[in-house]
Each structure stands twice: as structure tokens, then as C-alpha cells.
Design a protein around this ligand. Structure first.
Ligand code: ATP
Ligand code: MG
Length: 321
């Protein structure tokens, strides 16, 4: 049972990505699972090539540094030929209406000038990501469910029309993890693509930067420390972060602190302790390009080899070559 998950290099990796995804990939990942840096998906709207390339490398280093199995990781663009070919095959089984109906496309294209065609077709590339590898389970949040559903439809349709090639994938809900919120604006979640970095704790931030950001985190009114996500989201977020880092319970932790200052000091210590080893290992990898390239290449070769027979069968069955 292959599971497949990805992270897009749309910005620097943050604590939310780590607690909500990467940490689990490291702890629960099976040898057959696949985790990839979806840099091709980072080109569907205005982007800077050099920044995208650097971020993809950085994310690869962070994943490895965080303990995600070296043999399970690859960078999507290293399979650009295979994925490009399979995307074309799948586009030839997908109607325009099916792609145009995607909620993500509607939301992201609304009111935008010069919408890239790839914004419309990237769910088909995502189907190729999944189907090339024969992934059975794709853990995704609500926003990506419709895309996995499309991958299911295309897999079934191809199998029924041209011949059995693809495993029909299934979207699975990732285990519930508290959504880490932005420290300055707790109404929204911590995100890679947020412009203002003041409320975002990056995995590669220096301890001093982490300390400063946590010090400035909004804590709402009131003077007692209590866990009330509805009424006091900023404070609850700090408690969730602490709980996530020390593997504790936010309600129980709230009872241990009587001042914001003491709580923030504890949060800082816990975050620094969680991220420092990753930062050290990731920095070492980024300073050793040959080693990072070796890991990257091995991952790409493995992923490409694993999908090759499906790509060849699909091309043959659909009438190519
Ligand atoms: P973007 O702003 O580009 O959407 P992002 O920070 O939302 O970036 P994604 O690449 O969309 O990150 O998601 C990567 C993984 O990190 C997913 O598994 C997602 O559920 C998880 N994740 C993202 N943000 C958070 C968060 N704030 N708290 C917990 N998990 C998160
Ligand atoms: Mg996101």
C-alpha cells in the first residue's frame, strides 16, 4: 500500500509544515511511501525560477534533515519527462469541463489576468504524480480532495477504456493535527506563501529570530493563561505549538503557566529544541551540494524506475509508439 504526499516550494518550510506533515512523514513513513517536492506545481502562477530552484533544494534538505527516509524522497521536476508524458496521456482522457469545474481553479483564477493554462491543468499533473507511482492512498486536506477524486475518475476511465494499468487511488484524511496559526494574525493559518514573515516560524530560522517572533506573538486580551481557541486564538495557538513540540496537552499545559512571559519563554525553548537539530542537519546538507545531489539523484532514479512500466503500458495502450 503506497502512500504519496508532497510539499510545494512556494516558500520556506515553517513549523506548521513540520508539526502537521513532515514530522509524521519521518515517524510513520513506510519504505514504500513517497514524499516529493512538487516544484512543477510551483509554476502555475507567477514565479521566479532561481527562487523556486533554491526553495526546492532547501525543502529537500529539510525533509532529509527532519528524518524523512532518504529512499522515499524525490524532487518532482527530476521526473519532468515521465510526468509530462503521462500528463498528456491523462489530459487525453479528461474533459475540459472536468478540469474547469475544480474549485481550486475557480478560486485561484477568479479576477486574475493572464491565468496560466497550467493552473487549469495542474490537477491532471497531480493525477500523473499519483498514478505514475501506483499510489493507493493520498493523504490530503479538504482543498485537495477534489483533485484526488479526479485522479480516481481518470484512473478508472483509462483502465476501462484502454486496459488495466493504474491503481485507483483513494484520498485519506491525514491524522488530525492542530493547525498552527500565524503568530501575528491567528485568524489565518501559518503559511509558506504569507508575505509578512513576522508571524511565521521557519524551520531554518536562527534561534534568535524564533525568540523575537514568539515574543511579539499576539496573545489577545486577558491576563490569565487559559486554552480557549474560540475566544483567545492567539494564546491557544501558542499552547498548541507548545503541546505539539513537547507532545503534551494544551489544556493541561495552560494550567502550568500564570503569565504570558513564562509561557512564551517555554514556547521559545520548545520550538528551538524541536527545530535546532533539523536546522543544523539541513544547513550541513546545503553546505555539501555533492551529498545533497547524490541523495536527490538516487531518489529520482528510484521514483522514475518505479513508474516506468506504468508509463510505457499507458503509452502503448493509448496508441503511442
Ligand atoms: P502554501 O501557502 O503555499 O499553501 P502551506 O504552508 O499551506 O503553503 P502546503 O505546501 O500547502 O503548505 O502544505 C504542506 C503540508 O503542510 C500539508 O500536509 C499541510 O496540511 C501542512 N500544513 C500547512 N500549513 C500548516 C499549518 N499551519 N499547520 C499544520 N499543518 C500545515
Ligand atoms: Mg497550503
Amino acid at each position: 500500500m503506497i502512500r504519496l504526499s508532497a510539499i510545494t516550494p512556494s516558500g520556506h518550510v515553517h513549523l506548521g509544515n513540520h508539526l502537521g506533515a513532515i514530522r509524521r512523514w519521518a515517524a510513520e513513513g513506510k519504505p514504500d511511501d513517497l514524499y516529493f517536492i512538487s516544484d512543477l506545481h510551483g509554476m502555475t502562477s507567477s514565479h521566479n525560477p532561481a527562487v523556486l530552484r533554491a526553495l526546492a533544494r532547501e525543502q529537500l534538505a529539510v525533509l532529509i534533515a527532519a528524518g524523512v527516509g532518504e529512499r522515499t524522497v524525490f524532487v518532482q521536476s527530476d521526473l519532468a519527462r515521465e510526468l509530462g508524458a503521462l500528463t498528456w496521456v491523462l489530459e487525453c482522457t479528461c474533459s475540459y469541463g472536468e478540469a474547469a469545474r475544480m474549485i481550486q481553479f475557480k478560486e485561484k483564477s477568479k479576477g486574475q489576468a493572464g491565468v496560466r493554462l497550467s493552473l487549469l491543468t495542474y490537477p491532471v499533473l497531480m493525477a500523473a504524480d499519483i498514478l505514475l507511482q501506483g499510489a493507493a492512498q493520498v493523504p490530503v486536506g479538504e482543498d485537495q480532495r477534489q483533485h484526488v477524486e479526479l485522479a480516481r475518475v481518470l484512473a478508472r476511465r483509462f483502465n476501462a477504456t484502454y486496459g488495466e494499468v493504474f491503481t485507483v487511488p483513494e484520498a485519506v484524511l491525514p491524522p488530525a493535527a492542530a493547525r498552527v496559526r500565524d503568530l501575528s494574525e491567528p485568524a489565518r493559518k501559518m503559511s509558506k506563501s504569507t508575505r509578512d514573515a513576522a508571524g511565521v516560524l521557519f524551520v531554518l530560522d536562527e534561534p534568535d529570530a524564533l525568540r523575537r517572533k514568539i515574543k511579539r506573538a499576539v496573545t489577545d486580551g486577558g491576563s490569565t493563561v487559559a486554552y480557549d481557541p474560540e475566544g483567545r486564538p492567539g494564546l491557544a495557538n501558542l499552547l498548541d505549538i507548545l503541546a505539539g513540540c513537547v507532545d503534551g496537552d494544551p489544556v493541561e499545559l495552560a494550567a502550568e503557566y500564570t503569565s504570558y512571559g513564562a509561557l512564551k519563554a517555554a514556547v521559545t525553548e520548545a520550538v528551538v529544541e524541536t527545530l535546532a537539530p533539523i536546522r543544523t542537519a539541513a544547513t550541513a546538507l546545503l553546505d555539501d551540494p555533492a551529498e545533497l545531489d547524490r541523495i536527490r539523484k538516487a531518489g529520482a532514479t528510484r521514483a522514475a524506475e518505479r513508474g516506468e512500466h506504468r508509463l510505457q503500458s499507458a503509452l502503448r495502450l493509448i496508441g503511442a509508439g
